[in-house]
Write a protein that binds this ligand. Structure first.
Ligand SMILES: Cc1cc2nc3c(=O)[nH]c(=O)nc-3n(C[C@H](O)[C@H](O)[C@H](O)COP(=O)(O)OP(=O)(O)OC[C@H]3O[C@@H](n4cnc5c(N)ncnc54)[C@H](O)[C@@H]3O)c2cc1C
Length: 804
């Protein structure tokens, strides 16, 4: 075992071996992997080996497509067989909602270049003849679906890495990982100690334990999972071709051919977290005892769906554990708070995702950033609020919902209530229907007495429609009030604060008392954040951005820290309200003695005001696009602020509003949203954020060179807004945009403008196809809808009200 290495990967499952291989492929060959036992000794050896591209997140789906296409290449490089069976697979829909979901998936696949196909029950019977299609409305066929040999594939990754110079050390548990002052790691084993410049935790079933060696909690948990392998079945072995995979979400099962019989696995409702207090260190190449009673209902259902099963004997039952994060996606990337410590764990579908995880992580380590936005699997999508108590019920829920329909407006129930503000009970009593964001309860809308106190999940317009319309009308017609707890907020102070902000932000850093909007860029020129910067004093700034990106942004700030700057995440310490609408100024004037007239308190000013009992920081900006103010106070003062605003606003027509109304209001002015219009997949020139970039400022800000190149070349695509002739469903995200019978782009977000009575979509179109009066078609749930480009905002087009 060598004493020094550039990277030490802990764990020789499919994920660790993929990371090792991809590092060598990108040119880092002084790398090693340390495995406690033999390769594949965790979840990997007993996997069913199935792979598929379907994933609700398009970038995850793209990485799954990459993984599947990689296997042939691995076989060619190494001469080893991955045991590939590219047999195709069909996902069944037994309800209209499930068919809607498959239609939405198919639509996304169009611009991703995936050749999936919606199929009828008749076609399903032809493709997968053992399927009883009674009650089936249709399905989605994916020719890329298949299965492989888990052990062969893992060894192929390992051999490819070794061939490029990587070292693999077997039968050597890592006992300690200790950070060194220079940012490297001391990796202690019984065979000796290795100094590693970078450490990768790919310890799968033991990723929690290996994380603890570095003092961190990684939010993942193992679940038990069972599949059965049958004896030989004549209807299978007498076929000319291998039987395709069949996913039957209604029966919570997946099925494929295994030799001359079948293999069927279940994601049952009675799912159980495994090894709650930690994965035993001596667990290895063994299985858990069968628990067939847990899947008895699913088996019964499967007998009806595939009658041949009932006649087949069971050859073996596999019950093994594997890990999930709370949302079911992997945990990948630099672990916040640690230097040179990388996660590659919670990969619940190692054979669909392992290649993409390895590629993305290796790009991140070698090139500084992955080639596409990987926020969906970024370990920093969770903050330090996350606990095992949260993770366990969410992981269980995720397992149980593996085959459930995922609706765009759905709010999941597990691990709630967790984080609330002082307003929770007050808003609850007012009829608030809450959603869940980054652990926090957030009001979606307010139901009237007699209306359901929950939003019915749907791909179409939901029962929140009327409430949203009421709240939008209150904002546009009088004054609305909404909490600002779900903004990420940061305090930047110190003598170096302005200089640092000028380097890290691409836009202008405002003068004292003023506010500016600015993108934050990666060196590649892609968007890392869209920030509001307020200058509170010569060495004192407040930043606001997306609440859900807190750990992501703090990690970036810490990675780019400079002398003389202190940055604090104050997201949960500062809260308050925004007030917006034509009477917002009148309301503010009633609760403070300060002069808040249009001349004294201008658009984009920031001031400290005494409001009622509180001392508040007030910013004259509003994401609603209306006359508005964001009012921030210490969380302890929030109720006093509420009392002041609420009582003063009664005869002004004040109404509370939630996120559904907010997202409708922002569409009136085509404002973008983080992770929709603005994400690390896009650049300022593509999205229009370039109007906030100041290339001419003195600072050589991060991303400047790339940004200038992009601007000079002209982006190949640009964001446009559209009015869509939608019927009962609006754009959510990733719907294809058709022009002249071809898919030319995709939507980033959309919804209904209750103010203008227009269904609005935003999306990317090739720059050379954009005209003032562009007409396209946007595919919503399988129907192509006519859409007309909008160039003038639907509300306050010249900004007179917002700025007045
Ligand atoms: C029954 C079952 C069926 C499945 N079917 C499928 C399927 O069809 N398709 C699919 O894609 N996925 C499937 N999976 C999931 C798949 O097995 C996992 O996604 C995958 O194996 C995860 O691989 P990994 O490398 O992250 O973790 P693991 O395979 O758990 O590997 C972690 C490795 O780290 C090593 N290690 C741990 N601690 C230390 C230490 N301190 N020092 C050194 N080494 C250490 C372990 O020995 C182990 O070899 C299934 C899982 C189960 C249980």
């Amino acid at each position: 075992m060598k004493p020094h290495t550039q990277v030490c990967v802990i764990g020789g499952g499919v994920v660790g071996c993929s990371v090792l291989y991809h590092l060598t492929r990108l040119g880092w060959t002084d790398v090693m992997l340390i495995e406690r036992s033999e390769l594949t000794s965790g979840s990997t050896w007993h996997a069913a080996g199935g792979f598929h591209t379907l994933n609700g997140d398009t970038n995850m789906a793209a990485l799954q497509g990459y993984t599947i296409r990689l296997y042939r290449e691995l076989e060619e490089i190494t001469g080893l067989s991955c045991g590939l069976h590219h047999v195709g697979g069909v996902t069944l829909a037994d309800t209209p909602e499930r068919l809607d979901m498959l239609k939405a998936e198919r639509a996304k696949h169009r611009f991703m270049g995936l050749e999936t196909e919606l199929v009828t029950p008749e076609e399903i019977r032809r493709l997968a003849p053992i399927t009883n299609t009674e009650g089936i409305l249709g399905g989605l066929y994916d020719p890329l679906d298949g299965h492989l040999d888990p052990s062969g594939t893992t060894h192929a990754y390992a051999r490819a890495a070794r061939m490029a110079g990587a070292e693999i050390v077997l039968r050597t548990p890592v006992l300690e990982t200790n950070p060194r002052p220079d940012g490297s790691w001391e990796v202690v084993t019984e065979q000796g100690t290795v100094i590693a410049e970078h450490l990768v935790n790919a310890a799968g079933l033991w990723a929690r334990e290996v994380g603890r060696l570095a003092g961190i909690y990684l939010p993942l948990h193992p679940m038990e999972h069972q599949y059965l392998v049958t004896d030989d079945i004549p209807e299978i072995y007498e076929r000319d071709a291998e039987h395709p995979h069949v996913m039957d979400p209604g029966g919570e099962s997946y099925l494929r051919q295994e030799g001359r019989g079948l293999c069927i696995g279940f994601y049952e409702q009675g799912a159980e977290p495994w090894a709650v207090d930690g994965t035993p260190l001596d667990f290895g190449h063994e299985l858990l005892a069968d628990k067939l009673e847990k899947v008895a209902d699913s088996i019964e259902f499967a007998y009806r769906r595939y009658p041949v099963l009932e006649r087949a004997g069971v050859k073996s039952v596999i019950n093994g554990p594997f890990t999930f994060a709370p949302d079911g996606n992997p945990l990948v990337g630099p672990v916040p708070g640690l230097r040179n410590y990388w996660a590659a764990c919670a990969v619940m579908a190692g054979f669909s995702q392992g290649g993409g995880v390895g590629l993305s992580l290796a790009q991140w380590m070698v090139e500084g950033e992955p080639e596409r936005d990987v926020f969906a699997m970024d370990v920093a999508r969770y903050g330090d609020w996350i606990t095992p108590g949260y993770t366990r019920p969410k992981v269980t829920e995720n397992y149980q919902r593996r085959f459930s329909v995922s609706y765009p407006n759905e709010e999941l129930p597990a691990a709630r209530l967790f984080r609330t503000t002082p307003m929770y009970d007050i808003f609850k009593d007012m009829g608030a229907v809450f959603g869940h964001q980054y652990g926090l309860e957030v009001v979606n809308y307010f139901a009237l007495p007699g209306e359901p106190d929950y939003e019915i999940p749907s791909f179409r317009r939901s029962n929140a429609w009327d409430a949203t319309a009421r709240e939008v009308a209150a904002v546009r017609g009088a004054v609305g009030i909404n909490e600002v707890h779900n903004f990420g907020k940061y305090r930047v102070t110190g003598p170096g604060a302005r200089r640092w902000l000028n380097t890290i932000m691409a836009g202008r850093i405002p003068a004292e008392g003023r506010i500016s909007l600015t993108p934050m860029l990666a060196p590649s020129g892609r968007i890392m954040g869209d920030f509001t910067v307020s200058c509170l004093g010569p060495e004192d700034f407040q930043l606001t951005a997306s609440y859900a990106a807190q750990a992501f942004h703090m990690r970036w700030f810490e990675q780019h820290m400079a002398k003389g700057v202190t940055i604090e995440n104050v997201s949960d310490r500062l809260t308050g309200f925004q007030i917006a609408g034509p009477r917002a100024r009148a309301l503010l004037a009633r609760v403070t003695r300060a002069d808040v007239s249009a001349d004294a308190f201008r658009f984009m000013d920031v001031k400290r005001l005494d409001i009622g009992l509180t001392r508040a920081l007030v910013q004259r900006v509003s994401y609603t696009g209306d006359l508005g103010y964001e009012i921030y106070v210490d969380a302890m003062d929030q109720r006093a602020l509420w009392e002041a605003l609420w009582s003063a606003g009664q005869d002004l027509g004040i109404r509370p509003f939630g996120m559904r109304a907010m997202m409708s209001l922002r569409l009136d002015r085509f404002f973008g949203a983080w992770m929709h219009e603005f994400s690390p997949d896009y650049t300022p020139a593509e999205t229009g954020l370039d109007r906030f970039v100041r290339h001419d400022k003195d600072a050589d800000f991060i991303g400047k060179a790339a940004m200038l190149r992009d601007r000079d070349a002209g982006p190949a695509r640009r964001l446009c807004a559209f009015a869509v002739e939608a019927a009962d469903a609006d754009v959510v995200a990733y719907e294809p945009i058709w022009l002249d019978g071809r898919v030319v782009g995709f939507c980033t977000s959309g919804g209904y403008s209750h103010h203008a009575g227009v269904s609005v979509a935003q999306g990317f179109v090739p720059s050379d196809r954009i005209t003032e009066d562009l007409e396209v078609e946007i595919e919503i749930l399988g129907d192509r809808r006519r859409a007309r480009r909008l160039t003038t905002p639907l509300f306050d087009p010249d900004g007179a009200r917002m700025r007045g």
